[in-house]
Design a protein around this ligand. Sequence first.
Ligand code: AMP
Length: 419
Amino acid sequence: MTFQSLGLIEVLLKAVRLQGYETPSPIQQKAIPPILEGLDVLASAQTGTGKTAGFTLPMLQILAKNPVPHRRPVRALVLTPTRELADQVYTNVKHYSKFLDLRAAVIFGGVNQNPQIKHLRNGVDILVATPGRLIDLENQGHLSLSKVEIFVLDEADRMLDMGFKRDIDKIRSLIPSRRQNLMFSATFSREIKSLAQTILLRPTLVEATPENTTVEAIKQEVYRVAKEKKTNLLIKLIKDGQWKQVLVFTRTKHGANNLCKKLESARISAMAIHGNKSQGARTKALAGFKNHDVRVLVATDIAARGLDIPLLPHVVNYELPNIPEDYVHRIGRTGRAGANGVALSLVCAEETSYLTSIEKLTKQRFKKEIVEGFEPDPNASTVPPKQGGGRQRRGARPSNKRQGSAGGGGNRSNNYRRR
Ligand code: AMP
């Protein structure tokens, strides 16, 4: 299978070659042809599968085939849940459109809006955006979405987790009802299926990995350990294994900060990346991690979504997620692009029920290991921790002032074609 056989035009093939890709990934093989045919696509794919190129390449081809309209209205809109992901999708768009006469822009909150407005003023064909800033700028009259032909929802499951349902409905009311829709999601919950019904029209279903199972290339290990011994066990694992780059997940922002401090005191360079950090601090942490100045990146689930960190050898669940699907997302950070990765989970008594839920979801039973000197506490309670500081499943966003009418397309059919 080659990129050429997927029906991509030469200027895109040239851009792909420049990226050094030789063969299309499974999601690219499955998603590109139906998108080029103009069909709606519902794709199951997580970060690391090459999904961004999977929708960006055919999207660019469709846009490039039609003449650029006067004043360049937004013709393709890509919605992402986080700023980091928006930035990464934008970077991908820039790379692949290198030899095309198409303009792209990215907009997200947390930074000054003026440079974004200036960029929009010149006209853009492709807009990558997070929902809040998009609606703000539309409300202020800085952009119009009335000419959108292709609508992409990236990481739709995370959008719902972050409470963006109303924003999505609002945005749907701003774009034409006749359009091509592409929706990407790592998991397929009931909520995702019902969102898909309102957005997509007779979508083609494509899957990169079987639903809710974990990638085979990833070695998964579970260590039972007393809660108060977790930090020292992590330090031992990092030092003994001489790990150069490790992504560590905590359940809470507070936990991420605390762990960073302790790692730093053990002379292991670490930085935290979570929702309370400014955009600048997050970018700095990620850059430090990528260029190996920072050995450990400690992240919460939401912050880690969409981070483009290729070939990560180790991922550690310092705390197990209370949402089992997050485990699948987390460990998907390792074992990419054919390389083997190891995902380790440090599990204390109170996380026992989380572990059981993960085993159920991923249809596997873990062998539980114990490291001498770091034994679990047999008297510890198995009652799960309170969820106060952690992430909630839905409605994590504070109350939304904007009122969105769910229009733009009405009730769409759920008549799937499976590829
Ligand atoms: P994504 O899942 O879109 O975040 O992509 C994950 C990583 O895979 C990115 O670093 C891409 O540059 C890379 N990638 C995408 N497509 C391919 C391909 N066909 N061959 C090799 N690497 C790829």
